[in-house]
Design a protein around this ligand. Structure first.
Ligand code: GDP
Length: 335
């Protein structure tokens, strides 16, 4: 109860976020990540308040993925600092459903982005934890809205590059960047074909020292591979670049590639259309989650479900008739 009394006023919190108060931003994200209903309600109120005044700057959301060790944090550090030099403010978020198990496998350790993490124009937040990828992803999506409202115009969403979190990152970003290593095919890097297909830009990292030739070879390989893919609804043909995050090589070329993508997709309407589709997707997801919650936490439904389950297991009732009976209980009750 005492907690409830200390909850901030959503309007004040939203104002503090708008003025760039990092503590307020961090707090709002914590409420977004919390499972407590009153925190969730507060987070919704803050986000609604913030969305009611459109962002003054155009924002750009970039997914960054690649196998562990490909150099994601090193690239984010180099690229983030480069963007800040260009006058941008950069937020780094992550989707890593394994973070609960491993105690934060990506972005958990801020020293991985030493300079960026202490920069005034950067905001870094480790992956939220959660029971399901959907839950984790949803929190990151909401945090994106919060950091944008706080004036971070470029949001980098990092994922580990080995599983489903890429699809989630793809569903909340404008552009998908895949980091690759020289001299290893995607199978060896643990990169699934579907991930290569999602990529708008591919960056063969570690093209330094003796790996220069291997990196060029990898670039050709991926250029061929992406050439064979069906064309994208964005009208953009994926580009393959090489560089070295550690030596800050290829960073401005990466930014040029990103700008070319943005220019094309803004002029052909895809950029806006994609954001709208993503918003519709998250609306549907939120409704599904809400319905699921409503249904399974409903007392009469639970009782009915317990009862019919026994009948179904004993073979005395068909699963479909049983489901219908439980749904009838739900329909007939005022929720
Ligand atoms: P992540 O797991 O994808 O985030 O990869 P890290 O950024 O932690 O990098 C993994 C290792 O590769 C670290 O030891 C980095 O110093 C190293 N590394 C990252 N980028 C480069 C690069 O461009 N060149 C070289 N030679 N090493 C790099």
């Amino acid at each position: 109860m005492s907690n409830r009394r200390t909850l901030p006023d959503p309007g004040q919190l939203a104002n503090a976020i708008r003025t760039g108060d990092r503590v307020a931003l961090g707090r709002a994200i914590t409420f977004t990540e919390s499972a407590r209903p009153e925190h969730q309600a507060l987070s919704r109120a803050v986000i609604s308040e913030l969305l009611s005044t459109p962002a003054s700057r155009q924002t750009l959301r970039i997914a960054i993925t690649g196998a562990p060790g490909a150099g994601k944090s090193t690239l984010i550090e180099a690229f983030g600092l480069y963007l800040i030099e260009q006058g941008h403010r950069v937020a780094v978020l992550a989707i890593d459903p394994s973070s609960q198990v491993s105690g934060g496998s990506i972005l958990g350790d801020k020293t991985r982005m030493e300079q960026l993490s202490i920069h005034d124009s950067a905001f870094i937040r480790p992956s939220p934890s959660g029971d399901s990828l959907g839950g984790v992803a949803r929190k990151t999506r909401e945090s994106t809205l919060l950091v944008e409202a706080a004036g971070y115009d470029i949001v980098l969403v990092e994922t580990v590059g080995v599983g489903q979190s890429e699809t989630a990152a793809h569903s909340m970003t404008d552009l998908f960047l895949l980091l690759l290593l020289p001299g290893a095919g995607d199978e060896l890097q643990g990169i699934k074909r579907g991930i290569v297909e999602m990529a708008d830009l591919l960056f063969v990292n570690k093209a330094d020292g003796e790996r220069g030739a291997l990196a060029q070879e990898a670039r050709r390989h991926y250029a061929n591979a992406t050439h064979l893919l069906p064309s994208k609804p964005s009208g953009w043909a994926p580009r393959v670049l090489t560089g070295s995050a550690i030596e800050h090589q290829g960073i401005s070329e990466l930014w040029s590639g990103i700008q070319a993508f943005v220019q094309l997709t803004r002029s052909n309407g895809y950029f806006e259309q994609n954001r709208q589709q993503q918003a519709a997707y998250w609306l549907k997801e939120a409704l599904q989650d809400g319905l699921y919650q409503l249904f399974y936490t409903h007392d009469a439904v639970r009782q009915s479900l317990n009862a019919v389950e026994k009948e179904v297991l004993a073979g005395r009732m068909s699963p479909f008739a049983a489901a219908e009976q439980v749904l009838e209980v739900f329909r007939g009750s005022s929720v």
